[in-house]
Design a protein around this ligand. Structure first.
Ligand code: GLP
Length: 241
């Protein structure tokens, strides 16, 4: 595991964007596993800037996103499809047909999850997976539990996650209670994983995830078993290190 200590959020974003752009430059038809949340926003912003300067070409890239709220329309401003389009895809030359997010509108869990597993398989495998870290140690929407879930599944969101994501919705009642997420096995199958973490409020969970026991009660702890993980975290997030 390599750990890059960044000065602050901006520095973390630039360092992470450097790793992603190197991936795209070295393998123009790579498969990127992408994440939502406030952590990757700066990374996407930086990549857009470099794209606009002509430094990166996304035309042959495929992307698979980690998760989506169950029940949200892609046009719903809080859906992760909307997030990805407005914060990244609309600003670069990626072929939208090659960008995948679980289908939040498919209410049949079995259909939604098996379809997404097939999509992931058909990409041939994720070259680089970008990950944020939830306050309770979740990755994607793999919440703390009794076992590591393997493939795409439907999760009941933890109350703390609902509260954390409430800031994006009008009220807590509007936050979906379930989501589809890529499983831990699918995440671990990525060739390279980049975990980005910012802020003092994540310091304790980051320390536990990387130094504590590997347990499904802290899903990100499984990353200790991956052989190519790069952690890009700012000073505040690494303050308990
Ligand atoms: C959400 C997402 C995760 C993300 C996490 C942290 O619940 N499903 O993929 O990593 O929250 O979000 P943030 O980066 O906003 O702290």
């Amino acid at each position: 595991m390599i750990i890059y200590k960044a000065q602050d959020y901006k520095d973390m974003s630039r360092k992470a964007a450097n790793i992603l752009s190197a991936q795209v430059i070295m393998k123009p038809n790579c498969v990127l596993g992408l994440a939502t949340g406030s952590s990757p926003l700066g990374t996407y912003k930086q990549l857009i800037e470099w794209y606009e300067k002509g430094d990166i070409d996304f035309s042959n890239v495929t992307s698979v996103n980690l998760d989506e709220y169950k029940g949200l329309d892609p046009n719903n401003k809080q859906s992760y499809r909307y997030f990805m389009n407005t914060n990244f895809f609309d600003h670069i030359n990626i072929d939208k047909k090659k960008t995948f997010v679980p289908d939040g509108l498919e209410m049949d869990t079995e259909k939604a999850t098996s379809k997404y597993n097939e999509i992931i398989r058909n990409t041939g495998g994720v070259d680089l997976q970008l990950l944020g870290l939830g306050h309770n140690g979740h990755i994607g929407f793999n919440e703390p539990g009794e076992q590591f879930e393997k493939e795409t599944h439907c999760v009941d969101l933890a109350q703390t996650t609902i509260e954390a994501n409430r800031r994006f919705f009008d009220s807590e009642d509007d936050v979906p209670k379930q989501a589809y997420t890529m499983g831990i096995k699918s995440i671990m199958q990525a060739k390279k994983i980049v975990l980005i973490v910012s802020g003092q409020d994540k310091a304790e969970i980051l320390d536990k995830a990387l130094n504590g026991p590997i347990t499904p009660e802290l899903p990100a702890s499984i990353l200790q078993l991956h052989n190519d993980v790069i952690v890009v975290a700012d000073k505040a997030a690494l303050s308990k290190w």
